[in-house]
Write a protein that binds this ligand. Structure first.
Ligand SMILES: *Cc1c(COP(=O)(O)O)cnc(C)c1O
Length: 403
């Protein structure tokens, strides 16, 4: 631990904020203002010239938002961060920053549905090509890097198949070739995994998920290992495209962050129990959960994650109808996309989050019709299990289609 730096549980509560600078307010105030007044014309000119520190206009920076940016910087061990109006605004900002027309992006096999949509748009409008590869073999990664590869974009665990990418290995190759690496760390939150420590250059979060944790805000965060690069994105991509976060949303996320560690501990604990239950349930064909010792990349999970997270995907025995019937029989568990909330949520990727991904690519990602994704919440794990169990029981009462 470097001097002055505290443990993550403490940083989540204190980092980036000094109450003495805010009239002693224990909780960071919401600076609900669009603009900031200058004492005189010279000061305005100096701020614009970057000769004097200070706020100008909330699209270029806001004190409440800045506290959140400083706090997430500490948690991801970065040099700087930017807050955005959504996770996708953060993803698009880092990609727009790194690429030019004609470049190539190398991606992990499987990304968030809208990230897939963005990559398609970049290809159509700006001729930026991309490839999805299984990033498990060093040689395969090296062979897939092209002359015009401008960025390596990784999700781990991959949504929704929970496949993992060895961050240390990929970053070593990329660093050697000077190719920036961006990692979507939404599924882990900074509490379970810190990609910059393995050599990644950027981390993005959909703060909508675990960081907010209460299903009441949409937001995104981008953390970088270089303050210079982050400032460049602040004053170009973010300033001009404009996908900023509101002060109130930053305040909600600061509130969410305070309990991130205790929530994540409980999410992980519950998920471990539910994964064990699902593994023993005979109507479940396969369970995808990085904490299962049978997970093909269990050693990678052990090496780069401090715990296994709150997400489990599983394939149900039967057809898409069985999957739908099962979801409809649940009573406490809610059918909804998003994840990381206090409530346990279930969704059907093939017809929901990944429905925009063409069938062929979807199947390559391992997203088939009987796959369900569960975001294990904070309820008593026994109640989650009982709800799942009663829904599985109901499946006994439907006649299986004749084969
Ligand atoms: C939700 C999500 C996003 C997009 O975030 P929004 O806040 O919905 O824009 C990106 N990546 C992952 C892994 C996500 O789960």
């Amino acid at each position: 631990m470097s001097k002055g730096k505290k443990r993550p549980e403490t940083e989540m509560i204190h980092s980036g904020y000094n109450s003495a600078e805010h009239l002693g307010s224990l909780t960071p105030p919401i600076y609900q203002t669009s603009t900031f007044t200058f004492s005189n014309a010279e000061q305005g000119a100096e701020r614009f010239a970057g000769e004097e520190e200070g706020y100008i206009y909330s699209r270029l920076g806001n004190p409440t938002v800045r506290i959140l940016e400083d706090r997430i910087t500490a948690l991801e061990n970065g040099e700087g961060a930017l807050a955005f109006g959504s996770g996708m605004a953060a993803v698009s900002a880092v990609l727009f920053h790194l690429i030019q027309s004609g470049d190539h992006i190398l991606c992990s096999r499987g990304v968030y549905g809208c990230t897939f949509g963005l990559l398609e748009m970049l290809e159509e409008k700006f001729q930026v090509e991309h490839d999805f590869i299984k990033m498990s073999e060093e040689e395969h990664i090296r062979n897939s890097i092209k002359e015009n590869t401008a960025c390596i974009y990784i999700e781990t665990p991959i949504n929704p198949t929970m496949e993992l990418v060895d961050l240390k290995m990929v970053c070593r190759i990329a660093n050697e070739l000077n190719i920036p690496v961006a990692v979507d760390n939404t599924f882990c939150s900074p509490y379970l995994q810190q990609p910059l420590q393995y050599g990644a250059n950027y981390v993005v979060h959909s703060a909508t998920k675990y960081i907010g944790g209460h299903g009441d805000v949409v937001g995104g965060l981008l953390i970088g290992d270089s303050l210079e690069q982050i400032n460049a994105i602040r004053m170009t991509t973010q300033k001009d495209i404009g996908g900023i976060m509101s002060p109130f949303d930053a305040w909600l996320l600061l509130r969410g962050l305070k309990t991130l560690a205790v929530r994540m501990d409980r999410h992980c604990e519950n998920a471990e129990k539910i994964a064990r239950y699902l593994t023993g349930q005979d109507k479940v064909k396969t369970v995808y959960y990085p904490g299962n010792q049978s997970h093909p990349q269990y050693p990678i999970a052990k090496a780069q994650m401090t715990n296994y997270g709150g997400l489990i995907s599983f394939q149900i025995e039967g057809t898409i109808e069985t999957a739908r019937h099962f979801m409809n029989e649940l009573s406490m568990v809610k059918i909804a996309v998003s994840l990381g909330d206090a409530e346990t949520l279930i969704q059907h990727p093939a017809s929901m989050t990944h429905s925009i991904v063409p069938l062929e690519s979807r199947e390559k990602m391992g997203v088939n019709d009987t796959l369900l994704r569960l975001s294990v919440g904070l309820e008593a794990w026994e109640d989650i299990c009982e709800d799942l169990e009663q829904a599985f029981q109901k499946l006994n009462h439907i006649a299986l289609p004749a084969t």
